[in-house]
Design a protein around this ligand. Structure first.
Ligand SMILES: *Cc1c(COP(=O)(O)O)cnc(C)c1O
Length: 296
C-alpha cells in the first residue's frame, strides 16, 4: 500500500503501582509514528485513503469538533499523500490550536452550528456536501465503521514486531482508551480470540459504544471498563495530578481525554488486584497530544 508510516516503538512502562502488583506493561507509542499524523487516527484512516486512491477521489471530507484529533490527522494525511480535505465542524467558528493547524494544512472548513451537526446521522446529510465536492470520499464522524476498524489490525502487527526488543515472548492482554470503540473493535478482529482487549471508556456507557463494538466485532474477545470520570472531556484534580506524576515518572506524555483516563482506570484495576502477578499488558498510546494544547 502507498500509505505507510513507520513502526511505533514498544516501550516498557515503569511505575510504582505496576511494580508492587508485579504487573508488566509495555506501551505501544502510536503517538510517535509521525510528527503530525498521530496515533490511532492514522490506522483508522489508512483504508479510507486507499479507497479514495482507488476511486481517484480528489479529496476526503469528514466531521469533528474544534479539538478533533481525527480531523487533524485527516488534514495532515491529505497534505502528506496529496489529497484535498474538507472538514465539517461542530458549533460556531472558533480559533483553537487545532483549527489553526487544519487551516494551515489546507483543509476547507465549514462550521455547521450545533443544530446542523446533530443532523449528521440523518439519511440526507451527505447529499449537499457530495454535490459541493463531487467524487470526494466521505468519512463518518471519528473515522468509525469497518474500514476504520480494519485499518487498526496493523496495530497488532506493530506490537508483535516490538516484542523481542523488550525481551517479551508474548503478552496476555491489551489495554486502551475507547471513544467510538472502533480501534478496540479492530484489535478484537485482528486477535480473533487470541488475547482479550480491555477498553477504557472515555465516554459514558449510554453513548452506544458497546453496541457499536458488538456490531463490528461481536460479543467475545473484549471487556469494556468505565473510565470517563463523569463525562467525555471532564477533568478533575486527581486525573490531572495523576497525568503529571505519570509523565514525570515515565517520560511518556499523556492527554486528559483518552490516554490519561485509560492509564488511571488501569491503575485502579491493578491496585484492586484485577490482574494476577506476572500479567503482561500492551497499553496502546492512542496519541491525541495535539488536542491538549487547547485545554491543558
Ligand atoms: C479518537 C481517540 C481515541 C478513541 O478511538 P476510538 O477508535 O474512537 O475508540 C482514543 N485515544 C485518542 C488519543 C483518540 O484521539
Amino acid at each position: 500500500m502507498r500509505f505507510e508510516l513507520p513502526q511505533a516503538p514498544l516501550q516498557p512502562l515503569h511505575l510504582p503501582w505496576l511494580a508492587s502488583a508485579r504487573v508488566q506493561v509495555a506501551v505501544l507509542r502510536l503517538d510517535l509514528i509521525d510528527p503530525l499524523i498521530s496515533g490511532n487516527k492514522w490506522f483508522k484512516l489508512r483504508h479510507h485513503l486507499a479507497q479514495a486512491d482507488a476511486s481517484a477521489a480528489p479529496g476526503l471530507i469528514s466531521l469533528g469538533g474544534n479539538h478533533s484529533n481525527h480531523l487533524h490527522a485527516l488534514a495532515a494525511a491529505g497534505r502528506r499523500f496529496g489529497f484535498a480535505t474538507a472538514g465539517l465542524l461542530r458549533g460556531q467558528p472558533q480559533e483553537t490550536p487545532t483549527v489553526r493547524d487544519l487551516q494551515a494544512l489546507g483543509m476547507q472548513l465549514h462550521w455547521l452550528g450545533y443544530e446542523g451537526y446533530r443532523a449528521r446521522h440523518q439519511p440526507g446529510f451527505w447529499a449537499p456536501w457530495q454535490a459541493q465536492y463531487p467524487g470526494w470520499h466521505c468519512i463518518a464522524e471519528g473515522g468509525g465503521g469497518l474500514a476504520g476498524a480494519e485499518g487498526c489490525a496493523l496495530i497488532m502487527q506493530q506490537a508483535h514486531a516490538g516484542l523481542s526488543a523488550i525481551g517479551w515472548a508474548g503478552y496476555d492482554a491489551w489495554w486502551l482508551a475507547a471513544g467510538t470503540g472502533t480501534t478496540l473493535a479492530g484489535l478484537v478482529l485482528a486477535e480473533a480470540g487470541g488475547h482479550t482487549v480491555h477498553g477504557a471508556l472515555a465516554v459514558p456507557l449510554g453513548y452506544g459504544v458497546p453496541q457499536a463494538v458488538q456490531a463490528l466485532a461481536g460479543d467475545h474477545g473484549y471487556l469494556l471498563h468505565e473510565a470517563c470520570r463523569g463525562g467525555f472531556g471532564k477533568f478533575d484534580d486527581e486525573l490531572l495530578a495523576f497525568i503529571e506524576a505519570s509523565e514525570q515518572a515515565t517520560g511518556v506524555p499523556l492527554e486528559a481525554l483518552y490516554t490519561g483516563k485509560a492509564l488511571l482506570a488501569l491503575r485502579d484495576k491493578v491496585e484492586a488486584g484485577y490482574f494476577a502477578p506476572g500479567t503482561r499488558l500492551v497499553f496502546v498510546h492512542t496519541g491525541g497530544l495535539q488536542g491538549r494544547r487547547g485545554y491543558l
